[in-house]
Design a protein around this ligand. Structure first.
Ligand code: FES
Ligand SMILES: [Fe+2]
Length: 366
């Protein structure tokens, strides 16, 4: 047993049921940490945008004229009206409020305000849209609502180049599925962080990789997890064991035979395979519901090739995802019982203990 799991027990029930703790998470984690909101490739052109809703806020993620991705609060600086209602689309040059037509450019600067420009004491520079910090890392868009918080490069120090060998930055989605799961977000994280359940819950995984091959290369901090080794008959994780794409060209010979499972607290799972990268973006919705957006990422030239077919990878992970969400929902139901009390983690659950430690450190940090 790794020392990190020894004696550790699961979190008390209120961490999965209490709205008071949910609100503390909002203040201590979700308003302070870097949150993944999607892929930069979803908004390739100037003016392309999508909305991200979290914790009662609506945020506009938009690419500006020079290619940079910005994040603004969807709140007009006149009387507060929601400016953008569509979930995604393209803004032509200006973002216009539907109430009195104040217009903002793609950097959030107020450019027009009928009957206001030139009025004594009115200064358009004082009425730019409110912003959240926004950075692109490995092709993912991350936002941070904390004003003056640490740079992403500082917060992600030590993992910044972890996924370079998979060229994650340039991979694009060949398929996407969204799931709504009736379980607390931490149940989803914890389930993904162990393969103790795999042989029982995922019989289809048994021939591909075994829990005995699992190890962890990140055991502390916001990124947790590590590799499992593929069995000889499988070239990757798909229904038939064959690759949908091609071996990613920069992988070491070891990584050509491995699948990695990483959680990045509090909003992303990254699972590099020999020929693709599976990602799960985790959106906490309420104390007992979570939205999960799953993507299968490949190099763009592979997706464009004649005959490319992602079905074998999608079928495998969609089946596995649904098995996971079912067991997570059963877990959530039990966590809500009056008799639930923390249970002991097994030696195969050291990453869950590590997740709890990191989570509690964020909850108690000032
Ligand atoms: S509230 Fe937006 S222009 Fe008046
Ligand atoms: Fe699972």
């Amino acid at each position: 047993m790794t020392r990190s799991a020894m004696g550790a027990r699961t979190l008390p029930g209120e961490y999965f049921t209490s709205t008071e703790i949910h609100d503390r998470e909002t203040a201590n984690i979700f308003e302070k940490q870097w949150i993944c909101v999607g892929r930069a490739s979803a908004i390739p052109n100037a003016g392309d945008f999508f909305l991200h809703e979290m914790d009662g806020e609506s945020l506009i993620i938009v690419r500006n004229e020079s290619g940079q991705v910005n994040c603004f609060y969807n709140v007009c600086r006149h009387r507060g009206t929601r400016i953008q209602e569509a979930a995604c689309g393209r803004i032509k040059k200006r973002l216009h409020c539907p109430y009195h037509a104040w217009g903002y450019d793609l950097d959030g600067k107020l450019k027009s305000a009928p009957n206001m420009m030139g009025v004594d004491g009115f200064c358009e520079q004082d009425h730019s849209l409110h912003t959240a910090a926004c950075r692109v890392w490995q092709g993912f868009i991350f936002i941070n609502q904390k004003q003056g918080g640490a740079a992403l490069e500082t917060d992600f120090q030590g993992i910044l180049d972890r996924f370079d060998d998979w060229e994650l930055e340039r991979l694009v989605s060949a398929h996407e599925i969204t799931y709504n799961v009736r379980a607390n977000w931490k149940v989803i994280f914890q389930n993904y962080s162990e393969c103790y359940h795999c042989s029982l819950v995922h019989p289809q995984l048994r021939p591909i990789t075994s829990v005995e091959t699992a190890s962890n290369d990140f055991e502390d901090g916001q990124l947790l997890g590590g590799p499992m080794i593929l069995s000889d008959e499988f070239k990757t994780v798909t229904m038939d064991g064959n690759q949908c794409g091609e071996l990613l060209s920069k992988l070491s010979s070891d990584d050509q035979r491995r699948v990695y499972f990483y959680t990045l607290c509090p909003s992303l799972f990254i699972s590099p395979h020999p020929d693709y990268v599976l990602t799960h973006r985790i959106e906490r919705r309420s104390v007992n519901s979570t939205r999960i957006v799953c993507n299968w990422l490949f190099p763009p030239e592979v997706i464009q090739r004649d005959g490319f077919d992602v079905a074998q990878a999608v079928e495998f992970w969609d089946l596995t995802n649904r098995q996971d969400w079912d067991i997570c929902e059963l877990t959530q139901q039990g966590l809500q019982s009056r008799v639930y009390q923390p249970g002991p983690y097994s030696e195969l659950e050291s990453m869950l203990a590590a997740f709890d430690r990191h989570y509690l450190s964020l909850m108690t940090a000032s």
